[in-house]
Design a protein around this ligand. Structure first.
Ligand code: HEM
Ligand SMILES: *[C@@H]1O[C@H](CO)[C@@H](O)[C@H](O)[C@H]1NC(C)=O
Length: 359
C-alpha cells in the first residue's frame, strides 16, 4: 500500500522510475504496437483491425448485425440430449446442412458477408473462435454496447448441429424459454440476450421489405427496443400476415411475434420492462449472457482469455423516449407488479424509420 502511494508521487516527478518496476506479465506483441496478457492473443490484432475496418467499415450497420446474429445461430446448435458442438463454427463449415434449417433463414446472406473473412484468417483462428470474435467486435461501433469478454481455443467443428435447436419467431414463450433453459439460460438471461434486437432488423420475415429494423434506432445498442416493442401494435410496414410477424407501432419497423410475446407474457414482462431506460443493466446482463452463449458446448477451462483484443465500444449519449406521435397511453404495459418508467415524449412528427442499407 505504502509502496503504491510512494510510487505515484515519484511518478509525477520522475517518470523514468517506471522502468524500475518489475515487468508485468503483459507481453508486448511482435508487432511492437499491441500488448496482451497472453502472447497467444497477439496474432489476433491484425484480424481485429481487418474486421473493424474492412468488414464492418467502422459502422453498426448490416454487416455488424449479421455477425452478431451468427453468434447466436452457431452457439444455440447444442443440446444435452440431441448433441451438437454449440459455439464451434459448424454453421459456417457445415453450412450445407445447417442452412437447410428453417430458423436459419437469411444466414446464407450472413455467411456470404462474414464467410470470406473467416476463410481469410483460418490459418490464425478457428471457425468457432472467429464467429465469437466477429460478434464481439460487431458491437464496437454500436453506441451503448458493452465490451464483451472474448476467449480463444475452440477446436475445429466435427459435425453439423442437429436440427430444430434454433428458436423460431413464431415459437411460444414456453417453447422459447424451455429451449434456452435446456442449455442453462434463465428467463432473465433470455430477455437480456434479446437486447441484440436493438441493433438488428429482418430481411426474410417479410421478404418484400429487406433490412427492416426491429426498433427506431438500429445503429445504436440502446433500450429503445424494449420501449418500441411495448407500444400497441397497429401497423405493418410491409405486406403483413407473414409467419413470425405481428403488428408494429412505428412506421418502417417490423415486430417479431416472439419479441412481442416475451414483452407481454407474465413469465417475462417484468424482466422486459426492467431493461427500459436502464443502460447499465442491459450492458452488464447482455454482456455476461453473450459470453455465456459463446461457451455453449465448449470446455471453458481450456480457453484463453483474449479480451485485450477488444476495444471499448462507443458510449450511448442519446435518450430513451416515448416515440414522437405517441403518448403514454400507447404503451401496452404488461408487468403486473411495477409501473412502466415515466419516459419523456419525444416531440415532432411520427417517425418513418428508414431501412438498414444492405451489405
Ligand atoms: C427467441 C430467440 C430469438 C428469435 C426467435 C430470433 C429471431 C430472429 C429473426 C426472425 C430475425 C430476422 C432474420 C431475417 O429475417 O433476416 C432475427 C434477426 C436478428 N437476431 Fe434474433 N432471434 C432470437 C434471439 C437472438 C439472439 C439471442 C441474438 C444475439 C445474441 C439475436 C441476434 C439477432 C440479430 C443481430 C439480428 C439482425 C440480423 C440482421 O440485421 O442482419 N437474436 N432474429
Ligand atoms: C460452406 O461450406 C463449404 C465447406 O466448408 C465452404 O467451402 C463454403 O465456402 C461455405 N459457404 C459459405 C457461404 O460460407
Amino acid at each position: 500500500m505504502g509502496f503504491k502511494k510512494g510510487l505515484s508521487t515519484l511518478l509525477f516527478a520522475v517518470p523514468v522510475v517506471f522502468g524500475l518496476v518489475p515487468p508485468q506479465k503483459r507481453a508486448t506483441c511482435p508487432d511492437g504496437v499491441n500488448s496482451a496478457a497472453n502472447a497467444e492473443c497477439c496474432s489476433l490484432f491484425q484480424v481485429r483491425d481487418d474486421l473493424l475496418n474492412n468488414l464492418f467499415e467502422n459502422q453498426c450497420g448490416d454487416e455488424a448485425h449479421a455477425a452478431l446474429r451468427l453468434v447466436f445461430h452457431d452457439a444455440i446448435g447444442f443440446d444435452p440430449k440431441a448433441g451438437g458442438g454449440g459455439a464451434d463454427g459448424s454453421i459456417a463449415i457445415f453450412n450445407a446442412t445447417e442452412l437447410t434449417f428453417p430458423a436459419n433463414a437469411g444466414i446464407d446472406d450472413v455467411l456470404d458477408v462474414v464467410g470470406p473473412f473467416l476463410q481469410k484468417w483460418e490459418h490464425v483462428i478457428s471457425p468457432g473462435d472467429f464467429i465469437q470474435l466477429a460478434g464481439v467486435l460487431s458491437l464496437v461501433n454500436c453506441p451503448g454496447a458493452p465490451k464483451v469478454k472474448f476467449a480463444i481455443g475452440r477446436p475445429q467443428p466435427k459435425a453439423a448441429s442437429p436440427p430444430d435447436l434454433v428458436p423460431n419467431p413464431f415459437d411460444s414463450v414456453p417453447t422459447i424459454l424451455s429451449r434456452f433453459g435446456s442449455v442453462g439460460f434463465s428467463p432473465e438471461e433470455v430477455v437480456a440476450l434479446l437486447a441484440s434486437h436493438s441493433a438488428a432488423g429482418a430481411d426474410d420475415v417479410d421478404p418484400s421489405i429487406p433490412g427492416t429494423p426491429f426498433d427506431s434506432t438500429p445503429a445504436v445498442f440502446d433500450t429503445q427496443f424494449f420501449v418500441d416493442v411495448q407500444m400497441r401494435g397497429t401497423i405493418f410496414t410491409g405486406t403483413g400476415g407473414n409467419q413470425g410477424e405481428v403488428e408494429s407501432s412505428i412506421q418502417g419497423t417490423l415486430r417479431l411475434q416472439s419479441d412481442h410475446e416475451l414483452a407481454r407474457d407474465s413469465a417475462t414482462s417484468c424482466i422486459w420492462q426492467s431493461f427500459v431506460n436502464n443502460q447499465a443493466k442491459v450492458q452488464s446482463e447482455f454482456g455476461a449472457a453473450l459470453f455465456k452463449l459463446s461457451l455453449l458446448g465448449q470446455n471453458s477451462a481450456s480457453l484463453i482469455d483474449c479480451s485485450d483484443v477488444i476495444p471499448q465500444p462507443l458510449p450511448f449519449t442519446g435518450s430513451v423516449t416515448i416515440p414522437p406521435g405517441f403518448t403514454h397511453s400507447d404503451v401496452e404495459q404488461a408487468c403486473a407488479t411495477s409501473p412502466f418508467p415515466n419516459l419523456p415524449i419525444q416531440p415532432g412528427p411520427p417517425l418513418v424509420v428508414p431501412p438498414i442499407p444492405q451489405a
